[in-house]
Design a protein around this ligand. Structure first.
Ligand code: G6P
Ligand code: ZN
Length: 543
């Protein structure tokens, strides 16, 4: 089998975003499109010769075909070995774990995360570096440069490799190891969490509903929750990954996981509900009649970490993205540990985790994780909660109430205005930016502004600076409004308005978040003129 060298030309728009290259599937299926990008990953990272990679994806439409192309290209580029998940499946955190555990030169993950999949929906390819995390900006810039300079790619003319059973095979000179996608990940979870305690919880009648949303966590959740931990069969629903995620939108939030929310708020509710996204890195936690916001979940996990085997010696520090509520900061202050505030995007946690400055981190966008891998991890968050519940033996609602009584409650909500005209959105942000110098001390809706700025982050590990990361308005009573434009939208601009209000009065800890935040909504409107500038009377999504 001799590698074919195929002449090609640069294709525009192959610039990796926050999470690799994400495009509509038909774009990825165009002649040379995938091949150009994969060759550019190799070229932009010093070539594949002699290297070992991990390969897997979330099972969406085109995942199986793309895997075969990537394998043939890795072989033609001289890679020594590729470790592939059975049927080309690997959740994002499981891929991160394999890269670290096997000490590989990186990995290629095929996913568009929580975006819908299918012939007309989204596909994506992402390169992770040897630390298991998404490639940093310096690396993705080199890959992008390679996409602009490409003139040829290498691919082996060969039959498909059988990926349906674990074992080894060769493709040309390259070794392929097909692995059970769940085994190593489950082993890691067993090191971190007290499986006996969680088994005891289920044996005592505790009931869970885990919604895998027809995505990649189905097999993981079944193997871990049902087979190993003894949750009754059927506890994991929508457990078979399908190429179009059952026609759904695999994003675990109260809107897209509405079925789960409805059950958890009904008389039929089990003790605990959870969901994860397309590639298994996001999570949603919901108790009986108790939705847990991602910001609160992060704070509760930090506060209870020493109850959990893998974290019993305490946390080195914690980190949250800037728009995530400051509930975490209050826990860190009590524990006497550092709390880092980073820009939106998981990659900003990488340095803190690598340097041992943070153990737990999380984002309001349903991502929670720790230094066990270098991606956020949906099922890990669920197991963390289960371990805490197994120790504390009280309902989720009581855990929250107890947490708020101790630390106060950071009422929190995000209001999204989607597909806003990009010029109007930029003008809104620019107008706010111009007001910043004069906002300090001003009264808005009866609340005094203590400080107002545009967030910039100086990475304490490598000294790099990231500017323009969102506008923060801080009020004297500890409330906060943050406005930023999403970096992941595909149509027009998405304006995100994050509202937060700290409440410490015992009688006011169980209010409806939207009413508790109504004065913050009014303040945001009066400062940013959202209605007039976007032409919208209400947000499209409220979380
Ligand atoms: C992706 C990233 C997250 C980020 C989220 C929201 O899921 O992995 O780290 O928080 O997008 O980003 P956005 O720019 O749309 O608010
Ligand atoms: Zn994801």
């Amino acid at each position: 089998m001799t590698p074919e060298v195929v002449a090609t030309h640069a294709i525009e728009g192959q610039k990796p975003g926050t999470s690799g290259l994400r495009k509509k599937t038909p774009v990825f299926m165009q002649p040379h499109y995938l091949e150009n990008f994969v060759q550019s990953i190799f070229d932009g990272t010093g070539g594949a010769a002699g290297r070992t990679y991990v390969l897997g994806g979330d099972g969406r439409y085109f995942n199986d075909r793309a895997a075969q192309v990537i394998l043939r290209m890795a072989a033609a580029n001289g890679a020594r070995k590729v470790i592939v998940g059975q049927d080309a499946l690997l959740s994002t955190p499981a891929a991160s774990n394999l890269i670290r555990k096997r000490g590989t030169d990186g990995g290629i993950i095929m996913s568009a995360s929580h975006n819908p999949g299918g012939p007309e929906e989204d596909f994506g390819v992402k390169f992770n570096t040897p630390n298991g995390g998404p490639a940093a900006e310096g690396v993705t810039a080199k890959i992008f440069e390679a996409t602009q300079a490409i003139t040829e790619y290498r691919i082996l003319a060969a039959q498909d490799v059988d990926l349906s059973t674990p074992g080894t095979a060769t493709l040309g000179e390259m070794e392929i190891e097909v692995v059970d996608p769940v085994a190593d990940y489950a082993e890691l979870m067993e090191e971190l969490f007290d499986f006996d305690a969680i088994r005891g919880l289920f044996a005592g009648g505790f009931r869970i509903r885990f919604d895998a949303m027809h995505a990649v966590t189905g097999p993981y959740a079944r193997a871990i929750l049902e087979d190993r931990l003894g949750a009754p069969e059927g506890s994991v629903v929508n457990a078979v990954p399908s190429p179009d995620f059952g026609g759904g939108h695999p994003d675990p939030n109260p809107i897209w996981a509405k079925d789960l929310m409805d059950i958890m708020m009904s008389m039929r509710a089990p003790d605990f509900g959870a969901a994860s996204d397309g590639d298994g890195d996001r999570n949603m936690i919901v108790g009986r009649n108790a939705y847990v916001t991602p910001s609160d979940s992060l704070a509760v996990l930090a506060a209870n970490a020493t109850l959990v085997k893998g974290y019993k010696d305490g946390l080195k520090g914690v980190a949250r993205s800037m728009p995530t509520s400051r509930a975490l900061d209050r826990v860190a202050a009590k524990l006497g540990i550092d709390c880092y505030e980073t820009p939106t995007g998981w990659k900003f946690f990488g340095n803190l985790l690598d340097a041992g400055r943070a153990t737990l981190c999380g984002e309001e966008s349903a991502g929670t994780g720790s230094d066990h891998v270098r991606e956020k991890d949906g099922l890990w968050a669920v197991l963390f909660w289960l371990n805490v519940l197994a120790e504390r033996r009280m309902p989720v609602a009581d855990i929250l109430a107890d947490h708020w009584a101790k630390y106060g409650r950071n009422y929190y909500s995000r209001h999204d205005y989607e597909e806003v005209d990009a010029d109007a959105a930029n003008a809104l942000m620019e107008a706010l930016r111009r007001q910043l110098p004069n906002l300090k001390g001003r009264l808005i809706e009866g609340m005094r502004i203590e400080n107002a700025d545009e967030f910039a982050y100086d990475d304490p590990v490598d000294g790099s600076r990231s500017e323009g990361q969102g506008i923060r308005i801080l009020f004297a009573d500890g409330s906060r409004i943050v406005l930023r434009l999403s970096g992941t939208g595909t149509q027009g601009a998405t304006l995100r308005v994050y509202l937060e209000k700290l409440e410490t009065k015992a009688a006011a800890l169980q209010d409806n978040p939207q009413s508790a935040l109504s004065d913050m909504v009014a303040a945001a409107e009066s400062l940013a003129q959202i209605r007039a500038r976007t032409g919208r009377s209400a947000p499209d999504v409220v979380t």
